[in-house]
Design a protein around this ligand. Structure first.
Ligand SMILES: CC(C)(COP(=O)(O)OP(=O)(O)OC[C@H]1O[C@@H](n2cnc3c(N)ncnc32)[C@H](O)[C@@H]1OP(=O)(O)O)[C@@H](O)C(=O)NCCC(=O)NCCS
Length: 227
Protein backbone atom coordinates (compact mmCIF):
# COMPACT_ATOMS: atom_id res chain seq x y z
CA UNK A 1 0.00 0.00 0.00
CA UNK A 2 1.39 3.37 -0.98
CA UNK A 3 0.18 6.89 -0.37
CA UNK A 4 1.37 9.63 -2.70
CA UNK A 5 1.41 13.37 -2.02
CA UNK A 6 0.03 14.82 -5.25
CA UNK A 7 0.34 18.49 -4.27
CA UNK A 8 4.09 18.69 -4.93
CA UNK A 9 5.13 19.84 -8.44
CA UNK A 10 5.06 17.47 -11.41
CA UNK A 11 8.67 17.46 -12.65
CA UNK A 12 10.15 16.62 -16.06
CA UNK A 13 11.20 13.20 -14.76
CA UNK A 14 7.57 12.46 -13.81
CA UNK A 15 6.28 13.45 -17.27
CA UNK A 16 9.09 11.44 -18.88
CA UNK A 17 7.76 8.01 -17.83
CA UNK A 18 4.19 8.55 -19.08
CA UNK A 19 2.83 7.06 -22.31
CA UNK A 20 1.59 9.28 -25.13
CA UNK A 21 -1.99 8.52 -24.02
CA UNK A 22 -1.30 9.48 -20.40
CA UNK A 23 0.47 12.66 -21.54
CA UNK A 24 -2.54 13.59 -23.68
CA UNK A 25 -4.92 12.94 -20.74
CA UNK A 26 -2.74 15.04 -18.44
CA UNK A 27 -2.84 17.96 -20.88
CA UNK A 28 -6.63 17.84 -21.20
CA UNK A 29 -7.23 19.01 -17.61
CA UNK A 30 -8.28 22.66 -17.37
CA UNK A 31 -6.74 23.33 -13.96
CA UNK A 32 -2.90 23.07 -13.74
CA UNK A 33 -3.27 21.48 -10.27
CA UNK A 34 -5.33 18.62 -11.78
CA UNK A 35 -2.66 18.08 -14.43
CA UNK A 36 0.05 17.90 -11.75
CA UNK A 37 -2.04 15.49 -9.64
CA UNK A 38 -2.59 13.18 -12.60
CA UNK A 39 1.08 13.24 -13.67
CA UNK A 40 2.37 12.52 -10.16
CA UNK A 41 -0.18 9.73 -9.59
CA UNK A 42 0.63 7.99 -12.86
CA UNK A 43 4.41 8.43 -12.46
CA UNK A 44 4.09 6.87 -8.99
CA UNK A 45 1.99 4.00 -10.37
CA UNK A 46 4.60 3.29 -13.04
CA UNK A 47 7.56 3.45 -10.62
CA UNK A 48 5.96 1.13 -8.08
CA UNK A 49 4.81 -1.41 -10.70
CA UNK A 50 8.18 -1.23 -12.48
CA UNK A 51 10.05 -2.03 -9.26
CA UNK A 52 7.66 -4.93 -8.62
CA UNK A 53 8.02 -6.34 -12.15
CA UNK A 54 11.71 -5.41 -12.57
CA UNK A 55 11.05 -3.41 -15.71
CA UNK A 56 11.64 0.19 -16.76
CA UNK A 57 8.64 2.37 -15.76
CA UNK A 58 8.25 3.90 -19.20
CA UNK A 59 8.07 0.45 -20.83
CA UNK A 60 4.98 -0.71 -18.93
CA UNK A 61 1.90 -1.05 -21.14
CA UNK A 62 -1.57 -0.83 -19.60
CA UNK A 63 -4.79 -2.40 -20.85
CA UNK A 64 -8.32 -2.04 -19.47
CA UNK A 65 -11.10 -4.47 -18.58
CA UNK A 66 -14.61 -4.28 -20.03
CA UNK A 67 -15.54 -1.37 -17.73
CA UNK A 68 -12.18 0.36 -17.72
CA UNK A 69 -10.30 -1.26 -14.83
CA UNK A 70 -6.60 -0.99 -15.71
CA UNK A 71 -4.19 -3.93 -15.63
CA UNK A 72 -0.81 -4.62 -17.18
CA UNK A 73 -1.14 -5.74 -20.81
CA UNK A 74 1.65 -8.28 -20.23
CA UNK A 75 1.21 -9.67 -16.73
CA UNK A 76 2.94 -12.98 -17.41
CA UNK A 77 6.35 -12.20 -15.87
CA UNK A 78 7.86 -14.00 -12.92
CA UNK A 79 5.93 -11.80 -10.52
CA UNK A 80 2.37 -11.05 -11.72
CA UNK A 81 0.68 -8.08 -10.12
CA UNK A 82 -2.83 -6.85 -9.42
CA UNK A 83 -3.28 -3.22 -8.51
CA UNK A 84 -5.73 -0.38 -8.12
CA UNK A 85 -5.23 3.38 -7.88
CA UNK A 86 -7.42 6.10 -6.38
CA UNK A 87 -6.89 9.83 -6.12
CA UNK A 88 -8.76 12.64 -4.42
CA UNK A 89 -7.53 16.19 -4.01
CA UNK A 90 -3.85 16.05 -3.13
CA UNK A 91 -3.70 12.37 -2.11
CA UNK A 92 -3.45 9.13 -4.06
CA UNK A 93 -3.54 5.59 -2.71
CA UNK A 94 -2.10 2.67 -4.62
CA UNK A 95 -2.66 -0.94 -3.58
CA UNK A 96 -0.93 -3.87 -5.21
CA UNK A 97 -0.46 -7.55 -4.57
CA UNK A 98 0.29 -10.72 -6.44
CA UNK A 99 -2.61 -12.99 -5.59
CA UNK A 100 -5.82 -11.13 -4.92
CA UNK A 101 -8.00 -8.76 -6.88
CA UNK A 102 -8.13 -5.29 -5.28
CA UNK A 103 -10.20 -2.15 -5.29
CA UNK A 104 -9.30 1.04 -3.47
CA UNK A 105 -10.97 4.40 -2.89
CA UNK A 106 -9.71 7.50 -1.14
CA UNK A 107 -11.76 10.63 -0.61
CA UNK A 108 -10.54 13.87 0.92
CA UNK A 109 -13.41 14.71 3.27
CA UNK A 110 -15.24 17.84 2.20
CA UNK A 111 -18.77 19.15 2.59
CA UNK A 112 -21.31 17.03 0.71
CA UNK A 113 -25.01 17.38 0.16
CA UNK A 114 -27.20 14.83 2.00
CA UNK A 115 -28.96 14.41 -1.38
CA UNK A 116 -26.00 12.30 -2.53
CA UNK A 117 -26.69 9.74 0.20
CA UNK A 118 -30.42 9.82 -0.65
CA UNK A 119 -29.57 9.12 -4.28
CA UNK A 120 -26.92 6.42 -3.90
CA UNK A 121 -27.16 4.69 -0.52
CA UNK A 122 -29.44 1.76 0.41
CA UNK A 123 -32.39 2.46 2.77
CA UNK A 124 -30.68 0.93 5.82
CA UNK A 125 -27.47 2.84 5.09
CA UNK A 126 -29.47 6.08 4.89
CA UNK A 127 -31.19 5.27 8.20
CA UNK A 128 -27.83 4.57 9.86
CA UNK A 129 -26.36 7.80 8.47
CA UNK A 130 -29.30 9.80 9.80
CA UNK A 131 -28.13 9.06 13.35
CA UNK A 132 -25.07 11.31 12.89
CA UNK A 133 -24.53 15.02 12.56
CA UNK A 134 -21.62 17.39 11.93
CA UNK A 135 -18.15 15.86 11.56
CA UNK A 136 -19.42 12.41 12.55
CA UNK A 137 -21.96 12.55 9.72
CA UNK A 138 -19.17 13.33 7.26
CA UNK A 139 -17.02 10.49 8.59
CA UNK A 140 -19.95 8.07 8.35
CA UNK A 141 -20.82 9.31 4.85
CA UNK A 142 -17.27 8.80 3.59
CA UNK A 143 -16.89 5.42 5.36
CA UNK A 144 -19.98 4.26 3.46
CA UNK A 145 -18.99 5.93 0.19
CA UNK A 146 -15.39 4.65 0.09
CA UNK A 147 -16.52 1.13 1.09
CA UNK A 148 -19.04 1.00 -1.77
CA UNK A 149 -16.64 2.52 -4.24
CA UNK A 150 -13.72 0.23 -3.26
CA UNK A 151 -15.94 -2.82 -3.73
CA UNK A 152 -17.15 -1.62 -7.13
CA UNK A 153 -13.59 -0.86 -8.18
CA UNK A 154 -12.47 -4.27 -6.98
CA UNK A 155 -15.02 -5.94 -9.21
CA UNK A 156 -14.05 -3.49 -11.97
CA UNK A 157 -17.71 -2.79 -12.59
CA UNK A 158 -17.71 0.99 -12.35
CA UNK A 159 -21.25 2.29 -12.23
CA UNK A 160 -22.81 -0.81 -13.74
CA UNK A 161 -24.15 -2.00 -10.36
CA UNK A 162 -27.12 -0.40 -8.61
CA UNK A 163 -25.47 1.19 -5.59
CA UNK A 164 -28.35 0.32 -3.29
CA UNK A 165 -28.15 -3.39 -4.22
CA UNK A 166 -25.44 -3.96 -1.62
CA UNK A 167 -25.00 -2.63 1.90
CA UNK A 168 -21.91 -1.76 3.91
CA UNK A 169 -21.19 -0.68 7.48
CA UNK A 170 -21.82 3.05 7.97
CA UNK A 171 -20.55 3.46 11.56
CA UNK A 172 -17.08 5.05 11.26
CA UNK A 173 -16.09 3.68 14.67
CA UNK A 174 -16.41 0.12 13.35
CA UNK A 175 -14.16 -1.59 10.80
CA UNK A 176 -15.54 -1.38 7.26
CA UNK A 177 -17.47 -4.47 6.21
CA UNK A 178 -20.07 -5.73 3.77
CA UNK A 179 -23.51 -6.17 5.34
CA UNK A 180 -25.46 -7.68 2.44
CA UNK A 181 -25.30 -8.22 -1.32
CA UNK A 182 -28.47 -8.66 -3.38
CA UNK A 183 -28.17 -11.15 -6.28
CA UNK A 184 -28.73 -8.41 -8.88
CA UNK A 185 -25.57 -6.64 -7.64
CA UNK A 186 -23.45 -9.35 -9.36
CA UNK A 187 -20.74 -8.99 -6.72
CA UNK A 188 -18.88 -12.19 -5.88
CA UNK A 189 -18.68 -13.49 -2.34
CA UNK A 190 -15.26 -13.40 -0.66
CA UNK A 191 -14.57 -9.64 -0.59
CA UNK A 192 -13.14 -8.13 2.58
CA UNK A 193 -12.91 -4.42 3.38
CA UNK A 194 -10.16 -2.61 5.30
CA UNK A 195 -9.80 0.93 6.62
CA UNK A 196 -6.73 2.44 4.92
CA UNK A 197 -7.43 6.13 5.66
CA UNK A 198 -4.12 7.90 4.99
CA UNK A 199 -4.75 11.12 6.99
CA UNK A 200 -7.22 12.58 9.46
CA UNK A 201 -8.95 14.50 6.67
CA UNK A 202 -9.04 11.64 4.14
CA UNK A 203 -11.08 8.42 4.24
CA UNK A 204 -9.74 5.35 2.48
CA UNK A 205 -11.10 1.82 2.05
CA UNK A 206 -9.42 -1.17 0.44
CA UNK A 207 -11.43 -4.12 -0.90
CA UNK A 208 -9.56 -7.41 -1.26
CA UNK A 209 -10.98 -10.51 -2.87
CA UNK A 210 -9.41 -12.92 -0.44
CA UNK A 211 -11.64 -15.97 -0.14
CA UNK A 212 -9.03 -17.70 2.02
CA UNK A 213 -8.95 -14.74 4.44
CA UNK A 214 -5.16 -14.88 4.72
CA UNK A 215 -4.49 -11.14 4.60
CA UNK A 216 -2.96 -9.72 7.77
CA UNK A 217 -2.49 -6.22 9.14
CA UNK A 218 1.16 -6.10 8.02
CA UNK A 219 0.02 -6.30 4.41
CA UNK A 220 -1.98 -3.11 4.91
CA UNK A 221 0.77 -0.85 6.18
CA UNK A 222 0.78 2.29 4.11
CA UNK A 223 4.06 3.87 3.02
CA UNK A 224 4.27 7.46 1.79
CA UNK A 225 6.12 7.25 -1.50
CA UNK A 226 8.99 9.68 -2.11
CA UNK A 227 8.60 10.53 -5.75
C1 LIG B 1 -13.27 5.01 -12.38
C2 LIG B 1 -14.39 4.86 -11.39
C3 LIG B 1 -14.50 3.41 -11.03
C4 LIG B 1 -14.01 5.56 -10.12
O1 LIG B 1 -13.72 6.87 -10.33
P1 LIG B 1 -13.37 7.95 -9.22
O2 LIG B 1 -13.98 7.62 -7.92
O3 LIG B 1 -13.67 9.23 -9.82
O4 LIG B 1 -11.81 7.87 -9.11
P2 LIG B 1 -10.69 7.11 -8.30
O5 LIG B 1 -9.63 8.11 -8.14
O6 LIG B 1 -11.13 6.39 -7.07
O7 LIG B 1 -10.25 5.97 -9.31
C5 LIG B 1 -9.74 6.30 -10.56
C6 LIG B 1 -8.73 5.24 -10.95
O8 LIG B 1 -9.33 3.94 -10.87
C7 LIG B 1 -8.86 3.14 -11.95
N1 LIG B 1 -10.06 2.73 -12.70
C8 LIG B 1 -10.63 3.22 -13.83
N2 LIG B 1 -11.72 2.50 -14.17
C9 LIG B 1 -11.85 1.54 -13.23
C10 LIG B 1 -12.79 0.48 -13.03
N3 LIG B 1 -13.81 0.25 -13.86
N4 LIG B 1 -12.63 -0.32 -11.94
C11 LIG B 1 -11.61 -0.13 -11.09
N5 LIG B 1 -10.67 0.85 -11.24
C12 LIG B 1 -10.80 1.68 -12.28
C13 LIG B 1 -7.90 3.99 -12.76
O9 LIG B 1 -6.57 3.70 -12.31
C14 LIG B 1 -8.29 5.40 -12.37
O10 LIG B 1 -7.19 6.29 -12.39
P3 LIG B 1 -7.00 7.33 -13.60
O11 LIG B 1 -8.34 7.99 -13.82
O12 LIG B 1 -5.96 8.25 -13.12
O13 LIG B 1 -6.57 6.50 -14.78
C15 LIG B 1 -15.66 5.35 -12.06
O14 LIG B 1 -16.26 4.30 -12.75
C16 LIG B 1 -16.74 5.88 -11.22
O15 LIG B 1 -17.07 6.98 -11.47
N6 LIG B 1 -17.30 5.12 -10.26
C17 LIG B 1 -18.39 5.39 -9.40
C18 LIG B 1 -18.53 6.75 -8.77
C19 LIG B 1 -19.72 6.76 -7.80
O16 LIG B 1 -20.75 7.31 -8.08
N7 LIG B 1 -19.60 6.09 -6.66
C20 LIG B 1 -20.64 6.00 -5.70
C21 LIG B 1 -20.15 5.28 -4.46
S1 LIG B 1 -21.48 5.24 -3.29
Amino acid sequence: MYAIDLDAPALDRHWAVLSAEETARARRFVRPADTAHFVRAHAALRHVLAAWCEQAPERLVFAAGAHGKPHLADNTGSRPVRFNLSHSGGIALLALCEQYELGIDVEVMRGVSPKIAEEYFAPRERAALAQYSGDEWLQAFFRCWTSKEALLKGEGLGLNVPLDAFEVVVNPAQPPAIVSIAPQAAIQPGWRLFDVSPAAHAAGTLAVHDPRASLTVEHLQCRWLQL
